[in-house]
Design a protein around this ligand. Structure first.
Ligand code: ADP
Length: 610
């Protein structure tokens, strides 16, 4: 994988990346960006009001000392400050709410992508690695989309500061020192150029130094990918995993884990990065203070020579300082954006991964007669990154209403065949037909409605039992209960405090219930039955059940599956007896097919051996 530590993009590429990133934020509800902008404008403008009124009060004190005017100025200043305090807290609440929403939506961008991605890409190790890196960069130092959001504040605030301070400081150069003064040279073009040079130095050198220091974090994030992964595994994933906690106690793995987590060298390298950053950050501050000091000196000398009053000193010093901080903020944030672009590019490339699965248009047609026939024609498949065939030249027919058992050793291609059948993958060679038409030509959303699958490594969600069974927020309670009854879950359901409204697991609800592997398998079976699809695929559906529960399922099998077409994957051959047809897989090939009696009669065959 490309290890890009520093930004290698051209100016235009950088701009394009930033604009594309901002486009993601602009697709969020409008108030989110608006709240940020309003808050920036407000926060940038408030200090200028105080600078302006302080200058007016000082001018009045040093000048005519008119009590009425003084009192008016003081009251206006206090009143405005009070009003701004109230507005600021209201805006603060609004932006806090909007920022939290933005944060959630920013993560949801990836969730939506993962939920809609082609399944083949989800399983692709390279894509998994890409996503894991994006997550690490984002969660570790906010690189990627978060930094783009953070810099928005700094840039907008900085721009407003620059505009207002230029307006406020303009008269510094137009108000002249009297000709007779020894300091009249302060109005000479040389003096003005010198002041501008100092200002430029502060404007560019200081942010440049600060950016150089900042770059180290981008490098650190790349260099420490591994340690970040270990860190997050050790402190979040591992300690959160109940199953692992059992093994840790039984095998007394605490010391092994402590030793495995060698963090000292990682900590040392982080200290090194901090030192590097601190050095440049200190230099940047020093340059900024020095140049500000020189400009203050210029302002003070002009005031001393009589160009303006003491209020002017406050006004110009304040404006110069605001200008400096505004400019630094804009440049530093632009630097951060540029450093961030390597990560943003990574995120955008991930979000740009196209869905390559061919989207057909034909409707499957809800057939009341359930007349469906599926056939595999010379189908072969290899997983991405693998150089062996998981399935090779498979020819097989599934007829409606029949029960087919698929048997074979682990890794013989049974699950892969199911994944191809459901179009989670498409064949690399050959094709599959439904009623004589290539399954790719059917609309995928419709096509998948005809299958219910209980995968061997199925997962349930930490939602209510009813929602799990129905896979919907709103569902038909009667149908849920019926499915749970068929799958043998009724007696466990009776002991559940809120029936089908009971939450599974404790992720979302404290009173959620933990369920055993066997119970989970029954719920998964109920989920498949609730869907009521004409094809039902059961991949080792009784692996986690106790013998009694398994017997119950077998004895009720006819009632459970009704007239559906069933594909039953199992390596318990005894459970295949009630299937009409048995397909034996070996090393990705279909090597035998027939009834139990015919297959067992072939004493040289694999079935007999198994
Ligand atoms: P079975 O269901 O018969 O146990 P599978 O269909 O799961 O077999 O696997 C067939 C072959 O494909 C095995 O060699 C397995 O290692 C490989 N395989 C399965 N899933 C993947 C995957 N996601 N990536 C790479 N190889 C895989």
């Amino acid at each position: 994988m490309k290890r890009a530590k520093e930004n290698q993009f051209t100016f235009l590429q950088n701009v394009r990346l930033i604009l594309r990133g901002l486009k993601i934020f602009s697709s969020f509800p409008k108030p989110l960006l608006l709240s940020k902008t309003v808050s920036c404008v407000f926060n940038a403008a408030v200090p200028f009001i105080n600078i302006y009124f302080s200058a007016q009060i000082l001018n009045e004190l040093a000048g005519s000392k008119n009590p009425d005017r003084l009192i008016t100025l003081v009251f206006i200043t206090i009143g405005l400050n009070f009003a701004f305090m109230l507005i600021r807290s209201a805006i603060g609440r609004w932006t806090a709410h909007c920022d939290a929403t933005t944060w959630i939506l920013m993560h949801k961008v990836y969730t939506d992508k993962l939920l809609s991605m082609d399944y083949i890409d989800i399983e692709n190790p390279e894509i998994q690695q890409e996503f894991s890196e994006i997550r690490q960069h984002q969660n570790g130092m906010g690189f990627g989309l978060p930094r783009l959001a953070w810099t928005y504040n700094g840039i907008i605030t900085g721009f407003i500061q620059i505009i207002l301070s230029v307006a406020m400081a303009f008269s510094l150069f137009t108000l002249k020192v009297p000709f007779s003064s020894a300091l009249a040279f302060l109005d000479s073009p040389f003096a003005i150029i010198a002041v501008i040079l100092v200002l430029l130095c502060s404007m560019f050198l200081s942010p440049y130094l600060s950016m150089t220091g900042e770059k180290i974090w981008a490098k650190a994030t790349y260099d420490n990918n591994k340690s970040n992964r270990i860190f997050s595994f050790y402190f979040f994933e591992m300690i959160n995993d109940n199953n692992r906690a059992k093994d840790i106690r039984i095998y007394d793995q605490k010391r092994l884990i402590d030793k495995g987590f060698a963090y000292n060298s990682e900590i040392r390298s982080w200290i090194g990065y901090s030192k590097y950053n601190a050095k440049y950050s200190a230099l940047s501050t020093a340059v900024s203070y020095l140049s500000n000091g020189l400009i203050y000196l210029f302002v003070a000398l002009k005031a001393f020579a009589g160009a303006f009053g003491v209020g002017g000193v406050v006004q110009y010093a304040g404006a110069v300082s605001q200008f400096g901080s505004g400019f630094t903020s804009v440049l530093t944030n632009i630097g951060t954006l540029i450093n961030n672009n390597v990560f943003l590019d990574k995120s955008l490339r991930f979000l740009d991964i196209p869905n390559k699965k061919y989207q057909g248009t034909l409707g499957v047609g809800k057939r009341d007669d359930n007349e469906y026939e599926i056939e595999f024609h010379h189908v072969s498949f290899q997983y991405p990154g693998s150089n062996t065939y998981a399935l090779k030249n498979l020819n097989m027919k599934l007829q409606i209403g029949r029960r087919m058992a698929v048997v074979g050793m682990n890794g013989s291609g049974k699950t892969t065949m199911i994944k191809l059948l459901c179009r989670l993958y498409d064949p690399m060679e050959g094709y599959i037909t439904l009623n004589g038409i290539d399954i790719k030509k059917y609309n995928y959303d419709e096509y998948r409605t005809i299958f219910s699958v209980v995968f061997q490594n199925f997962k349930l969600l930490p939602f209510t039992l009813g929602q799990n069974v129905a896979s919907r927020l709103k569902y038909d309670e009667h149908k849920v209960l019926e499915a749970l009854d068929k799958s043998g879950f009724s007696s466990r359901l009776d002991s559940m405090p809120q029936g089908i409204e009971t939450y599974l697991y404790k992720n979302f609800e404290e009173d959620g219930v933990e369920i055993s592997g066997g119970e989970a398998q029954k719920i998964a079976l109920a989920r498949a039955l609730y869907k009521n699809a004409p094809f039902i695929v059961l991949d080792e559906p009784t692996a986690a059940l106790d013998p009694v529960a398994e017997f119950e399922i077998y004895s009720k099998f006819n009632e459970i599956v009704g007239d559906k077409t069933v594909i039953y994957i199992s390596h318990r051959l005894s459970s295949c007896r009630f299937c009409d047809d048995i397909a034996v897989f070996h090393e990705g090939r279909l090597i035998q097919q027939g009834s139990h009696e015919t297959l067992i009669a072939d004493t040289n065959g694999k079935y007999y051996e198994l």
